[in-house]
Design a protein around this ligand. Structure first.
Ligand code: FPP
Length: 251
């Protein structure tokens, strides 16, 4: 069982797909190119992935664009990644908007350049009324940092008397993290064959399926995306319960 909502979308289509776009550097290295060439090729796949997800009637696509740990990369690579994000928002926002895509950004807004912060805020504001797919860009995002920020907000609410400690439950924490209002990812895809979560959506991925295609992100084309969705559709999600056929045998 992957989806219970009654829409025209097939039951096995995930509502929310989250992707760790890994392998840009290795893709470039294999071609004797600088790492930035891999990230540039990766941006092309970002465009294709948004289109593919929208066509597949996925409601939310979350892309891990820059982690809070990526600042540790060489200064030039960080600067190139910032440049690519700027370029993507400036060049693609109008088209995303035309295609009814709603943009949402998660991650820590502090410590990012003011012009990038402004671009991200503008992208969110201009597309906030759109009703198509929601593209969630995880930028300067780290799940532990997100949880720390949420706990701090909750502690402040308790300290100011707005919240009783007894009323802190899973829903309260979910309401304070960056993805508040967004359903948990049904599937997390990580390209390049690496099988780690790397501080991505630690809370939200508690019951997600994981798919690890071996191809590098710049090779993750439409067919590879559909293959990952097909792999997800073959999974039997139980959320801690037992599957329906097993239940029938038990009773
Ligand atoms: C991981 O590959 C990829 C990244 C750290 C950056 C991903 C960014 C993009 C695809 C472009 C910008 C995104 C948007 C939304 C415009 P890696 O460099 O770690 O690859 P490696 O493991 O092969 O070295």
């Amino acid at each position: 069982m992957a989806r219970t909502m009654q829409t025209e979308t097939p039951i096995s289509t995930p509502r929310h797909v989250a992707i760790i776009m890994d392998g840009n550097g290795r893709w470039a290295k294999a071609r004797g190119l600088p790492r930035t060439a891999g990230h540039k090729a990766g941006v092309e796949r970002v465009r294709e992935a948004v289109r593919t997800a929208a066509e597949a009637k996925i409601d939310y696509l979350t892309l891990f664009a820059f982690s809070s740990e990526n600042w540790r990369r060489p200064e030039q690579e960080v600067s190139d990644l910032m440049g690519l994000l700027r370029f993507f928002i400036r060049k693609d926002l109008a088209e995303l908007h035309r295609e009814n895509v709603r943009v949402k950004v998660i991650g820590c807004r502090q410590s990012i350049q003011p012009d990038i912060r402004a671009l991200l805020v503008d992208a969110e504001q201009r597309t906030r009324e759109n009703t198509g797919i929601t593209l969630v860009i995880a930028f300067n995002y780290g799940a532990r940092d997100e949880l720390v920020r949420a706990v701090r907000q909750i502690a402040e609410a308790v300290q100011s008397g707005k919240l009783e400690p007894e009323s802190i439950d899973e829903a309260a924490l979910s309401a304070h993290i960056d993805t508040a209002g967004i359903p948990d990812p049904d599937v997390v895809i990580r390209t390049s064959g690496e099988q780690r979560l790397s501080n991505f959506l630690l809370w939200q991925a508690a019951y997600s399926e994981f798919v690890f295609p071996s191809c590098l992100w710049p090779d993750f084309d439409r067919a590879a995306f559909h293959e990952a969705l097909a792999e997800y559709a073959r999974r039997d999600r139980r959320f801690g319960a037992v599957s329906a056929p097993d239940l029938a045998v038990c009773s």
